[in-house]
Design a protein around this ligand. Structure first.
Ligand code: NAD
Length: 488
């Protein structure tokens, strides 16, 4: 791989023609609705963001008051509660939050999670604060949102996003419970909580797991693989991942350890690792957790020129960090045949067009990273039903399976033990499903069903040539039906 700097290739500044994240979402929406027969009023109703609340609040830190700016945007309330993560990053702004909220509306519709779309963000670099300071800031932000019902189990339910995780969700849930002491459903006010604070097994890994299930489903369809110039299975496929955070790490480790994919490139903030023979994802992740970056990782060469690794030859590229990383400038040089958008909005609308023209297949964000909101949906249901999934059925299921095994073993005895059950099969068959297995089954089913709904449109309509437009068509149609049913 050539890592010589190519100045024109790595210019970070966008050309004037490069659409912003929000413009990109709008352009992609427009491209899809142009193929639909929606009344213009309804089209506009679905497109616009209903409301965005901006809050500025002060927190006393290190002896002085610091002011923070946060947002909670509600894109569509065709179903309530509305749902969407809370992002902590110093780049957070209103346009970004609104674009992310719109994507949540379409994502929920596509995977049939019964929510409207929302998103939140706090303009902060969380790495600049210690845990106690972050708790003060998160609780204060949550307080501002809770008192306006912008966090509420039946109206607006946040989840983790970039820069937030289980810890922040636990603080938010506790803050809500303190302010709503008689709300029996208070735990359902936020998802992505730790297991001991009302979370669900498998939520932390859910978005990465969903990326894996999405790829597995893609590789079940030879016709789709052929569109990307690929064949065979995930085994041995060369993968480059950008961002080894929650989503990127889980996707990469599952693909490597369970499907035999080879992770040849890992791009992080401070540089990029590249090794044609494959990187050890878990070792790199451990290193990042301990050292804060990849630059001194001892077992692979680190390239300062991350853009070159993004453009290196591979089968599958997984942008899993942030939006707007594949632009009109670098799109012509991207060599991957298949891009799966684990992050939200990593490909601008301009780059999308270039890649489509070049025949690159893109599995779009609203589908690819929907594993998070899918398992969040399961967590919300669990919180409202106040019982762990599988608690009632597991042992009963095991007892029924035991009856079958006993009967088969009696039959074997009566035939002089000429055959017997494979002990491994017996173990697996006798074990009733626990919560994690049920969550994985529900997630797998969701990812397969949603892919098939997109695929039907992709292959079924001559005017639809890509999965993103197909995804928008399915999602917008569902949102429109919901508005029509309400009589709007
Ligand atoms: P995260 O904060 O856990 O991880 C982000 C990773 O990207 C970090 O390792 C960070 O160092 C890296 N990164 C940041 N800037 C980078 C850059 N310029 N170049 C290379 N690497 C960079 O965040 P996450 O939760 O994994 O979210 C990543 C993306 O996935 C976001 O777009 C988010 O909206 C989307 N997403 C997340 C979830 C979820 O459940 N967490 C669900 C759906 C979508």
């Amino acid at each position: 791989m050539s890592t010589q700097p190519k100045p024109e290739a790595h210019a970070q500044a966008q050309t004037p023609a490069e659409p912003s994240f929000r413009q990109s979402v709008d352009l992609m929406f427009n491209r899809a609705v142009a193929l639909m027969d929606l009344p213009p009023g309804l089209e506009q109703k679905i497109r616009v963001c209903n409301a965005t609340y901006t809050v500025r609040f002060g927190v006393r830190l290190r002896g002085k008051i610091e002011t923070f700016t946060g947002y909670r945007s509600v894109h569509s309330e065709h179903m309530e509660p509305v749902k969407g993560g809370i992002r902590f990053a110093d780049t957070v702004n209103q346009d970004e939050v609104e674009a992310l909220a719109a994507l949540m509306t379409y994502k929920c519709a596509l995977v049939e999670a019964p929510f409207g779309g929302s998103k939140g963000g706090l303009c902060i670099d969380p790495r600049q604060y210690d845990e106690h300071e972050l708790e003060l800031i998160t609780r204060r932000f949550a307080y501002e949102l809770i008192k306006r019902d912008l966090i509420n189990p039946s109206q607006n339910v946040p989840a983790p996003d970039m820069g937030t995780g289980e810890r922040e969700m636990a603080w938010i849930a506790d803050q809500y419970a303190r302010m709503n002491t008689t709300d029996i459903n208070s735990r359902a006010c936020v998802t992505g909580k730790p297991l001991n604070a009302g979370g669900i097994a498998g939520r932390v890994e859910a978005t990465g797991r969903g990326v894996q299930y999405a790829l597995r489903e893609f590789f079940r369809h030879p016709e789709d693989m052929a569109a990307a110039g690929l064949a065979g299975s995930l085994d041995g496929k060369r993968v480059i991942v950008q961002g080894l955070g929650n989503v990127g790490y889980h996707a990469a480790t599952f693909l490597q350890n369970e499907d035999g994919a080879k992770i040849i490139g890992i791009i992080e903030r401070d540089g990029a690792l590249y090794d044609e023979t494959g990187l050890d994802v878990d070792a790199v992740h451990e290193w990042i957790l301990r050292h804060g970056g990849v630059s001194d990782y001892p077992d692979a060469r680190c390239h300062e020129d991350s853009a070159a690794v993004m453009e290196a030859e591979c089968d599958i590229l997984i942008p899993a960090a942030l939006e707007g990383v594949i632009t009109m400038q670098n799109a012509p040089r991207i060599q991957a045949r298949l891009i799966i958008e684990a992050a939200n909005g990593p490909i601008t609308a301009g780059a999308d067009e270039i890649l489509r023209d070049r025949g690159v297949v893109i599995i779009p964000d609203m589908y690819a990273n929907a594993g998070g909101v899918t398992v969040s949906y399961f967590e919300w249901v669990k919180n409202l039903s106040h019982i762990r999934f599988g608690r009632m059925q597991r042992r009963q299921e095991e007892a029924r399976h035991q009856l079958v095994v006993d009967q088969l073993e009696r039959l074997s005895d009566s035939l002089g033990k000429t055959w017997s059950l494979d002990p491994q099969f017996k173990d697996r068959y006798l074990r009733g499903a626990d919560e994690l297995e049920l969550v994985r089954s529900g997630l797998d089913d969701t990812m397969r069903t949603a892919y098939q709904s997109m695929r039907q449109v992709w292959h079924g309509r001559a005017d639809v040539t890509d999965l993103r437009t197909a995804a928008y068509l399915v999602a917008i149609d569902r949102v429109a039906s919901s508005y029509r049913a309400k009589g709007l």
